[in-house]
Design a protein around this ligand. Sequence first.
Ligand SMILES: [Cu+2]
Length: 712
Amino acid sequence: MPKLNCLFSLATLGTFATFALPLAAQDAPRINEIIVVGVQDSHTVATDDTLVAPADTAQMLRKMPGANLNKNGELTGIAQYRGMFGDRISVAVDGAQISGAGPNSMDAPLSYAPVALLESLTINRGIAPVSTAQETIGGYIQAKTYSGEFGGREAFEFTGRTYIGTQTVNEGVVASGFFAMTNRNHLIRGFVMNESASDLEFPDGVITPSEYERERFDLGYSFRRGEHTFAVDIARNNTGDAGTPALPMDILSIDSDLFRTRYRHTGTAGTLTAELFGSNNEHWMTNFHLRRPPQDNMMSPGRMRFRQTFATSENLGFNLKYEQYVDNGVWNYGLDGHFTNHDAVVTNPNVGPFFLTNFNDSQRDILGAFVERSLVIGETMGLDAGVRYNRVTMNTGEVGSNLNPMNLPAGMPVMMNNLSSLLANGFNSDDRSQIDNNFEWFARLSLEASRGVIWYVGAARKTRSPSYQERYLWSPMESTGGMADGKTYVGRVDLNPEVAHEIEVGFDWSGANFALYPRAFYKNVTDFIQGTPATSAVANNIAMMMSNMGMGAPDPLQFNNTEARFYGLDVEARYSLSDRLTLRAIANVVRGERKDINDYLYRISPDNVILALDYTSEDWLVSLESISYAAQDRISLTNLEQATEAYSVLNLSGLIEFAAGAELRLGVENLLNETYFDHLAAYNRAYNPDIQTRSRMPGLGRNVYGRLMWYF
Ligand SMILES: [Cu+2]
């Protein structure tokens, strides 16, 4: 229950405390005996302490060191960390991995943890231990949803939380309720949420389509007795109409059923955790129901270019982990698996026989095993190190298409259909199964040099196998996991896994009234997967014909292995001016470059600084924040990326606790209604009189928003 006077200190602790490794107090009190010297290696934002405008959890990443967000729609935020994004970032929602149904990541993993249900979002700063997840080449993010707390007595009591939010920039509203029946051993919980919004406003007009609607239902049960805890949860997530103007289609529906279960034994010798999770996701998207549908042109009638895609994904996974406490630290052993399946078919509602198999039974399975060690070395040194092996198995079924649905005897559709059959036959006759054996290691050393100063150095080898899109996209399309660069792509079955070698150095320096946590990193990636100009004459011809008809773009890219490097610096700092007044800062610098040719990487966050001044009183709090982004002219020529200019926005927010357990937060984003362009928000792809097609998506106008949270 958030009591106001402790609220701020909680926020501060969560963000800045240098805590003892490993696995602080949450589950195992006994572990407190083992204090490994360690640095602040994660950054957590708790929903209780943070005001977020509805509705996408990924938005919170903007205010975390090293992190950012590739935004393709209001519910479609793709995590970015230190220049890497998409599948390179491992995202866990309550321990579960979710590979969404959308081949363009319309349902990116964080969309499965709506803000109104979120308890906290945590990013690992820098090199993630191999025990955290299977493929952490670009980082690791953990979303934890609110699941209630056990009661203190034998008798059952009824508790819960309501969360109501609204914002003016799109008339967005979210209403939700969490209800629990609980005693000291049992916790039965339920959650319902409904949220919707109309189109967004920016200083010169309206972004259309950017409306959304989403419903969510959760049911769960937890049990604890002695050293045992058990939990099981099921959830249904239904997204309705939701615009994604940076992509070629919009969401008509995403219907997901999710489950997860966890057993934990917390003994004196160690902690055993077993988790099983899965999800079933069904998704429809179209290019005609929310945006202006294709219009007649010289080459083809508009109705021939209506497109709808039905896409599904299935996920099943498990984590099995044992942490063993020994005199000088902890051993951590684990096995994990994540098995996914994807299907997607494109059709035209106006022309029955038209179809194109986008993905057919595309399967990607990973089995992993790891050993990790946290070691106390004397009084002033701590070492974490580990090794992991992942075996990735992929395969996909046969594909086909009918691009001449009217059975015309000659002309463009016939030529396109023949070329498409040629591509499909080539794809179908090749061996499409792939097995990758990926080996990883990491080591992190912390050294307490003097009181309040801990030095840190880390190194790692991390891997990532290609995504199903990167290997199995056989026909030139934009199904690219949300690249939103406007390019069409083809895949490559025999791609190699990416291998990154990284070093990271920094220190934690904290005193009575200040803290400073800088980190510098350099990451070299061999076989970095990046689109390069496609060399298949057939693919190039199809893309050219499509583009002539008014669909997609010519000159497709093909996913290929290249060489790349990332480097930069991020800093987190805090300075208390007085008991009530605190200055906070986050600064991020990242560079992403191709090494094999002279080009920058696509969609890399511009340098940015967040400065915030917080004033805390007995029963209220106010915070003034300035967010400044530098120009980004280090742009990818390969991806035809457009530069953006520098900008600053001012945000103001405040909180009043007006009754026990009840608080109201109000905020204004972009106080001065500044016109700006977010480099990571890509380009407009839907007809809009206020924004040119394929020009930069504008940043949002002034937004007044509020949240009422009541724990009962
Ligand atoms: Cu989609």
